[in-house]
Write a protein that binds this ligand. Structure first.
Ligand code: HEC
Ligand code: HEC
Ligand code: HEC
Ligand code: HEC
Ligand code: HEC
Length: 308
């Protein structure tokens, strides 16, 4: 029985190694775009500006810069190779359409439209639906957001790739927030509340706190288990804390910070309850303990001074 378990992992891995590169190699979009010429440094900066313009609804399209189009086509390929999408075989045609079986550009490109064309799958107001074909949960949360409503009301608002830049489509770090969010969230422009980025940062930092409390609860439960204690209640609460934490990246896309904050708080409460239920001594100093400790410190210093 037992020897079959590793096979369960090894077989899909072997299949993936054998077949994924083959599947990718068959994709004409990748084959051809790989061979085009790429951006230099200046052109790369230009592309960044163009993307920022798109996010601000300034249709700075490639139509006014046709000479660089070839290079876009290759540089976007290079960026894409660094993305998780490349790893999971999400290829150009998944977002742009077209026919990945044809090596003839005109045929391969049938149905592909420029991003500045309002009927294109990558026109920025259509991007949520394009990404949402796969990221269904993010899309359904995003639909509840003020961002999405403004976007659909043809006002200035971020779409998926304003934050997850093409073509690496990375998850943002908190340190990227200020520059990005303050394009709209600033005092001067009054497009959007200027304190939202700060509130968002605080919320995501609270999410880190939840992760920490989960680690503490996990350690307590491991120790309690070794001592043969009953940990079932603690484990239940830990499990709910973990499922709350796992739901956060998706839930975040509603950009409803008060409810997001409440969910995190309920996760922290569950993790702390799990720590108590484990029956292990509280592993970090409580505020009350801190006060006692510092008072004891003051007494000790006083005694030392008196001795001299
Ligand atoms: C035989 C080469 C070739 C193939 C195959 C090919 N492309 Fe292109 N592609 C190009 C070139 C060259 C450009 C630069 C603009 C031009 O010449 O049309 C380009 C431009 C583009 C653009 C920019 C917008 C536009 O309409 O010009 C997109 C998007 C694109 N390709 C996506 C794809 C996708 C998706 C596939 C596969 C379904 C694909 N390409 C297959 C050569 C190719
Ligand atoms: C996950 C979705 C996604 C994938 C996969 C993807 N793209 Fe894109 N692409 C976009 C989005 C969104 C835009 C619009 C933003 C912009 O203009 O750069 C875009 C824009 C472009 C443009 C600029 C052309 C225009 O119409 O403005 C080119 C060229 C391009 N992609 C080529 C590619 C190639 C080549 C691949 C495969 C190696 C690829 N893309 C894979 C989503 C994707
Ligand atoms: C054809 C399906 C598909 C489409 C369309 C698609 N994605 Fe993805 N995306 C995936 C898969 C598969 C992964 C990797 C597994 C995962 O993280 O869920 C992924 C991962 C991601 C990640 C996580 C990257 C990381 O480094 O962890 C982001 C962000 C992302 N996609 C954004 C987008 C955006 C933005 C769009 C639209 C422009 C988009 N995706 C379109 C399938 C897709
Ligand atoms: C392209 C412009 C734009 C960008 C970029 C942008 N936002 Fe927004 N944001 C808006 C608009 C417009 C609203 C809706 C304001 C309203 O309802 O009056 C909004 C609303 C919000 C809200 C809800 C505010 C509230 O008080 O209910 C939050 C939270 C938020 N944004 C967070 C962010 C974060 C975090 C970032 C960066 C990661 C960001 N936004 C980037 C335009 C933008
Ligand atoms: C205003 C900025 C912003 C917009 C708009 C946005 N995202 Fe995100 N996205 C983020 C941030 C920040 C994170 C990381 C959240 C976290 O760490 O909890 C994230 C995380 C993700 C992830 C990774 C989730 C995981 O399980 O780790 C995916 C996939 C994703 N976004 C897809 C999308 C899609 C699809 C859209 C459009 C429907 C979108 N995002 C719109 C900022 C944004």
């Amino acid at each position: 029985m037992n020897f079959k378990k590793p096979l369960l992992f090894v077989i899909p891995l072997l299949l993936a190694i054998l077949f994924v590169p083959a599947a990718i190699a068959d994709n004409s979009c990748l084959n051809c775009h790989e061979k085009l010429s790429a951006f230099n440094e200046t052109e790369q900066q230009f592309n960044e500006i163009r993307l920022q313009h798109l996010g601000r609804d300034i249709p700075c399209s490639l139509q006014c810069h046709t000479a660089t189009l070839n290079k876009f086509a290759q540089s976007n390929y290079v960026q894409w190779t660094k993305s998780k999408h490349a790893l999971f075989n999400v290829t150009c045609n998944n977002c742009h359409g077209g026919n990945p079986d044809s090596d003839i550009k005109e045929i391969a490109h049938i149905g592909i439209e420029r991003s500045s064309n309002s009927s294109s799958t990558v026109f920025y107001r259509n991007v949520p639906e394009t990404c949402g074909k796969c990221h269904t949960n993010e899309l359904s949360q995003f639909k509840n957001s003020a961002h999405y409503q403004k976007l659909k009301a043809l006002q200035q608002a971020p779409t998926c790739d304003t934050c997850h830049r093409p073509h690496e489509f990375k998850v943002l770090n908190i340190s990227d927030f200020h520059n990005l969010c303050s394009q709209c969230h600033n005092i001067d422009m009054r497009i959007a509340p200027s304190d939202a980025p700060d509130r968002a940062i605080t919320a995501l930092q609270n999410a880190d706190k939840l992760t920490n409390e989960i680690k503490l609860a996990y350690n307590d439960i491991q120790q309690a288990k070794q001592k043969g204690m009953d940990v079932s209640a603690a484990q239940n609460d830990l499990n709910s804390a973990i499922s709350i934490r796992d739901s956060l990246p998706v839930l975040w896309h509603a950009f409803d910070l008060p409810s997001f904050g409440n969910v995190i708080d309920s996760g922290i409460a569950a993790a702390q309850k799990a720590q108590q239920e484990s029956g292990m001594p509280v592993s970090k100093p409580t505020p009350a303990f801190g006060t006692i400790a510092s008072m004891a410190g003051i007494v000790a210093i006083y005694l030392l001074l008196r001795r001299k």
